[in-house]
Design a binder for this molecule. Structure first.
Ligand code: TXA
Ligand code: MG
Length: 322
């Protein structure tokens, strides 16, 4: 499998060269590692779906170095302007009508007439986008249905040779995917994520929280079975049910009697917990425990997105054959 390479100037230029040639490169954003391809190249975008084993062509987020570059591809509006001013670059994705003359691959938007756009703030993502000069379509750099990667090693272990290069920038600061907000007629929270819904609502007023729905997701990232570890997940756990269970803890009061425990935030901070979530799930899952128990996490701020991912992981893990 490709060894992750430090994200220095030399490797970033090499990565841009590979991307220009239609290859896939994994790179850090502040949320999670992305699996990037030239968003204007159909064949390159198609490789993303192949590498992830995505069963259907879900639309991908297109990443830009700056808001004005994103604006060339979508029909901008007042709410987009407010949110971009407040939160870009950052962990926020906006879904807007796609301009008909946009050169972005139809596969990247899965044939929809809307487009998801994001300006990430991580310096590697920024440097890579500037070196490329074209937008990058990038889903999280994991096999479909698996945990999102927050470290270069997670990508190498999961995608291996299916990616031409992995740029290593260390762990991601936010640790949860971006919040996805639809700004067509109404303002929809299509996916809770690394930006607290309260912060978004303070800028543009109430968001309609889209209900999860397994058969007709308004945003394919809302599929119930998603982000699944191998081990079965048990939510809202307060005590061990069996000694081979692992515990994903939260807060200062941690029950004993588990085979292994990792605490998302001993001081009970949801922002710190978000940054650790996927890494700790990866690490506990690698121990092959008889289930992972998860302590309750407050449903506020980034807790909304953490609980969303945990519910999906619990649902997904019920469907594995173990
Ligand atoms: O933090 C992130 O957002 C990461 C990093 C790499 O940027 N990317 C990411 O991409 O999580 P992905 O492909 O795993 O998730 C994209 C989400 C999905 O929920 C998808 O359904 C939704 O955005 N989406 C993309 N385009 C859309 C569209 N036109 N309409 C509605 N939802 C859309
Ligand atoms: Mg994903």
């Amino acid at each position: 499998m490709p060894t992750p390479l430090p994200a220095n100037d030399v490797h970033i230029s090499e990565a841009a060269r590979l991307l220009r040639a239609g290859r896939l490169v994994a790179f850090a954003t502040e949320t999670v590692y992305g699996l990037g391809a030239d968003a204007t190249n159909d064949a390159a975008v198609a490789q993303i779906f192949a590498a992830k084993g995505r069963p259907t062509f879900n639309p991908l987020i297109c990443h830009f170095a700056a808001a004005k570059e994103a604006q060339a591809h979508v029909v901008w509006n007042d709410r987009a302007e407010r949110l971009a001013r407040a939160f870009w670059p950052g962990p926020l994705t906006l879904v807007l009508p796609k301009k008909s003359d946009s050169p972005i691959s139809k596969l990247a938007s899965a044939g929809l007439d809307s487009l998801a756009v994001r300006v990430p703030r991580h310096e590697t993502a920024q440097a890579l986008l500037r070196a490329c000069g074209f937008p990058l379509a990038a889903p999280s750099a994991n096999s479909s249905g698996r945990l999102s990667p927050t470290q270069a090693g997670h990508v190498a272990a999961d995608l291996g040779d299916r990616v031409a290069m992995i740029l290593d920038s260390g762990p991601c600061a936010v640790g949860l995917e971006s919040s996805v907000v639809g700004l067509l007629e109404e303002s929809l929270l299509l996916r809770p994520g690394g930006l607290a819904p309260e912060a978004i609502e303070a800028e543009i007023g109430p968001l309609i929280r889209v209900q999860e729905n397994e058969t007709a997701p308004p945003s394919p990232g809302l599929l119930l079975r998603h982000y699944a570890p191998r081990a079965r997940l048990r939510l809202d756990a307060m005590a061990a049910l069996n000694p081979d269970e692992a515990l994903l803890a939260f807060g200062p009061r941690v029950p004993h009697g588990f085979r292994a425990t990792l605490n998302l935030s001993p001081r009970g901070d949801v922002v710190e917990a978000a940054a650790h979530l996927f890494d700790y799930l990866h690490r506990l899952d690698a121990l092959r425990p008889d289930g992972i128990a998860v302590m309750p996490i407050p449903d506020q701020g980034l807790g909304v997105a953490i609980n969303d991912r945990l519910r999906r992981a619990a649902e997904g893990s019920r469907h594995h054959d173990n």
